[in-house]
Design a binder for this molecule. Structure first.
Ligand code: SAH
Ligand code: SF4
Ligand code: F3S
Length: 482
């Protein structure tokens, strides 16, 4: 049965910008996820397809969503055109993410015109933005389900409402957020796994939308995290990546002095082969953390340490709470403690009022740190954030020139760093078949370098000793050694 848009009496809970900024001292609730028996056959005979646009957290949410759908008897479709349920798990970090999603929504609309029974949904960070939710309400009424980052666990009941009553179910909460334990995950890899250690963010960097889309900082209990890692290890996983927007602040919201250095140590002691963590805000990086990373060989010598800008004036406007000097100091401390450690970064160019002089400060830090690699972006104004209201009179053309110049430098150092690996033998977790050449395997070094490796398929899932035979800017080539 397909109702006309007029016949549908839709259910809508919209997010609100003011509410999403609020931070209270209210205790965080922990909710145990479980699925009601009445939902377990809802998807029988139906297939789903999910496209993910965001960061690692978004990717892990998709793994949860897939598993929940499979609990409801949906199966995964090979491609979007064949699916009965299409979900776009969106990202709000920059304007271009928004444009990509609405471009895809347009394509799906055509598909739905020829197959009106397909169910189409949006979820993730973008729909947490008030402006976007209103846009959906006004212009995209034909969508069937819309849910935010706080209610993935409600997916079975949302789908049930839709399937039974054929109403648009737009349910996006502006709450500070709970912790949902026990959600199932259909993981992309058999060898490496994402493990959330915290949700949300309280840093409110002035350009960033995440504190509004993901709620307040909520750390999971150490026992829950450690048990998850132990379970993964028992299932044969070789690597875990501890996930949070700002993992170094882990535990600050718990009623104890247990912090990220304690967690890293306890996760390392589970004996899992490799431990990684992202993302580290330079502000909360402690000496204790450096000690622990250095002491335990299964904590990988790789740190993603976003710089954002090298200009103290811009850093202040960004609300980053460190200076060029304190960043360099931390960088040098890390390199001194772990000389072989690789360090990557994120940089924004064209922040409001950024001058050539400010930009040169950024280049100066890049010249000093010679990062292993970097993600670089042009500032994108996000509605509701303080930076969106700042006067921004640098022409886009200039910003593009800065980005180009920055990327040239980043690439130069990336290649230089990679050259240090030539003829060395390094550990690589062989995790899949190379995208470039089916006869090769691919994996990452302890320092997070992508390597295409000449190795037999039976070595998949092993941490192999690989001799590096050639280096490029973005990857290395190698072969296994006995
Ligand atoms: N929590 C991480 C960053 C997560 S977002 C941290 O604090 O480091 C990933 C990156 O996107 C950021 O590091 C930043 O470089 C970039 N970014 C975030 N908001 C942006 C915006 N409004 N415009 C351009 N880049 C942005
Ligand atoms: Fe955004 Fe800053 Fe939080 Fe990172 S720390 S998610 S950049 S507000
Ligand atoms: Fe994007 Fe949300 Fe991640 S805005 S970067 S998907 S936290």
């Amino acid at each position: 049965m397909v109702l006309s848009l007029k016949e549908r009496s839709d259910i809508m809970i919209l997010p609100n910008l003011k509410e999403t900024q609020k931070r209270t001292k209210n205790a965080v609730k922990t909710i145990e996820y479980s699925i009601d028996d009445k939902y377990v056959n809802l998807g029988k005979g139906k297939t789903y397809f999910i496209k993910t646009y965001g960061c690692q957290m978004n990717e892990h949410d998709t793994e949860n969503i897939k598993a929940i759908l499979e609990q409801m008897a949906f199966t995964e479709a090979e491609d979007m055109e064949k699916a009965d349920l299409i979900l776009l798990n969106t990202c709000a970090i920059r304007e271009n993410a928004h444009n990509k999603v609405f471009g895809m929504v347009g394509r799906i609309k055509h598909l739905k015109e020829s197959k009106p029974d397909i169910i189409v949904g949006l979820c993730g960070c973008m729909v947490q933005e008030e402006v976007v939710a209103l846009e959906i309400k006004n212009k995209y009424k034909w969508l069937d389900i819309v849910f935010g980052t706080h209610n993935i666990n409600n997916l079975p009941s949302l789908l049930n409402n839709f399937l039974k009553e054929k109403k648009l179910n737009l349910e996006v909460f502006s709450i500070e957020g709970d912790i949902i334990e026990n959600m199932p995950a259909k993981r992309d890899s058999k060898y490496k796994a994402w493990v959330n250690i915290m949700y949300g963010c309280d840093k409110f960097c002035t350009y960033c939308i995440v504190p509004y889309t993901r709620g307040k900082q909520r750390s999971r209990k150490p026992e829950a995290i450690i048990n998850e890692v132990k379970e993964l290890k028992n299932k044969g996983y070789k690597e875990v990546t501890l996930l949070g927007q700002n993992v170094n602040a882990y535990g600050k919201d718990l009623d104890s002095s247990y912090d990220m250095s304690n967690l890293l140590e306890d996760v390392s002691k589970t004996g899992i082969e490799r431990v990684r963590f992202v993302t580290s805000h330079p502000w909360d990086f402690t000496d204790e953390m450096i000690e622990v990373i250095k002491k335990y060989p299964n904590i990988m010598p790789y740190i993603h340490l976003p710089l954002q800008s090298g200009s103290n004036r811009i850093l202040k406007l960004m609300g980053r709470r460190y200076t060029k000097e304190s960043y360099l100091n931390l960088y040098n401390k890390l390199k001194k403690a772990m000389p072989n450690c690789s360090i990557t970064t994120d940089i924004i160019v064209g922040f409001p009022t950024e001058t050539e002089e400010d930009f040169n400060e950024t280049l100066d830090v890049v010249n000093k740190c010679k990062f292993d690699s970097a993600f670089t972006f042009i500032f994108s104004a996000r509605v509701g954030t303080p930076a969106a209201k700042m006067k921004d009179d640098t022409p886009l053309k200039i910003k593009e020139q800065r980005l180009y110049k920055l990327n040239e430098l980043i690439n130069k150092y990336a290649l230089e760093r990679n050259k240090e690996y030539l003829n060395k033998t390094v550990p690589v977790l062989l995790e899949g078949v190379s995208e470039k050449n089916e006869d090769l395997l691919m994996g990452y070094t302890d320092t997070m370098k992508l390597v295409n490796v000449k190795a037999p398929k039976k070595m998949l899932g092993l941490v192999a000793s690989v001799k590096i035979t050639d280096v490029k800017t973005w990857s290395l080539d190698g072969e296994t050694v006995k």
